[in-house]
Design a protein around this ligand. Structure first.
Ligand SMILES: [Fe+2]
Length: 268
């Protein structure tokens, strides 16, 4: 699938599936890492909604293992994000570089049915996308293990979801596929009745000025920061740091020269 086909389908229908984007070997390697990370979680997440109580979730993959970031440098993921989310007037970073950010990054295997919702918080009309989701499928997803359901073209409805909507499409996918959606699309999941997991990585990307769902620049372990490429540092938000006040800096945008693990100068 070429870039034009992918972006046109997302613009028209609000979602697309890229088949076989990753090899079985790569996917099994990542699936093992996810399962290992999940066994390490020894506490209950605060504020977890009841509907998510039977879901298995590993939050903040970027802080767990560099491999979770490396998989996001897949050229198609990068090109699609750049096409939709890049700010052409960022100016402090040259135009050929990405300036979009990773907004939220978790692994998930759902249990309960998830009602229709939008991920963009607010519905709005227009061509511009500020927030989008990429699900890297680690285990096949079918009707009986709770695959994603969505209403094609609803990203352009300008409305919140109608949870009684019946005309929905089941998104069946295989390990190695990437399912991409415009965050405005009406979507949810069916109940997982299979008693088996259906892990996927869910990476939310956004334009640099959308508030990140986790404070990635402040929580990233130094040993992972040291492995990052320039583009990965931009991706995690190191070129869009909110200063505490004017004594640290007077703008949120940063140039490549201002990237630093030590953020003290922005917050002093
Ligand atoms: Fe969602």
């Amino acid at each position: 699938m070429n870039l034009k086909k992918i972006t046109s389908k997302i613009e028209k229908d609000g979602y697309t599936i890229i088949k076989r984007a990753f090899s079985k070997k790569k996917i099994n390697f990542i699936l093992d890492l996810v399962k290992k990370e999940h066994t390490k979680i020894k506490f209950k997440y605060k504020g977890l909604p009841k509907r998510d109580s039977s879901d298995l979730i590993v939050y903040n993959l970027q802080n767990k293992n560099y491999e979770f970031l490396r998989i996001l440098s897949n050229p198609l993921i990068q090109k699609v994000c750049k096409y939709f989310l890049n700010d052409n007037f960022f100016r402090l970073i040259k135009k050929d570089k990405p300036n979009f950010i990773l907004n939220y990054y978790n692994a998930r295997s759902s249990g309960n049915k998830l009602d229709l919702h939008i991920d963009s918080y607010m519905p709005y009309l227009g061509k511009k996308i500020f927030l989008m989701q990429f699900a890297i499928i680690l285990e096949d997803q079918f009707s009986n293990n709770g695959c994603t359901i969505l209403k094609p073209k609803s990203h352009l409805s300008g409305k919140f979801t109608n949870r009684n909507e019946k005309k929905l499409k089941k998104i069946k996918s295989h390990a190695g596929d990437i399912v991409i959606w415009d965050s405005r699309i009406w979507h949810g999941t069916e109940k997982n009745t299979s008693k088996k997991t259906r892990w996927s990585l869910i990476a939310t990307f956004s334009s640099w000025w959308v508030k990140q769902s986790m404070d990635m620049t402040k929580s990233l372990p130094k040993k992972i920061f040291n492995k990052l490429s320039i583009n990965e540092k931009i991706l995690l938000g190191y070129c869009s740091i909110i200063p505490r006040d004017e004594t640290g800096a007077i703008r949120t945008k940063r140039s490549l020269n201002e990237i630093s693990y030590n953020l003290q100068d922005y917050y002093k």
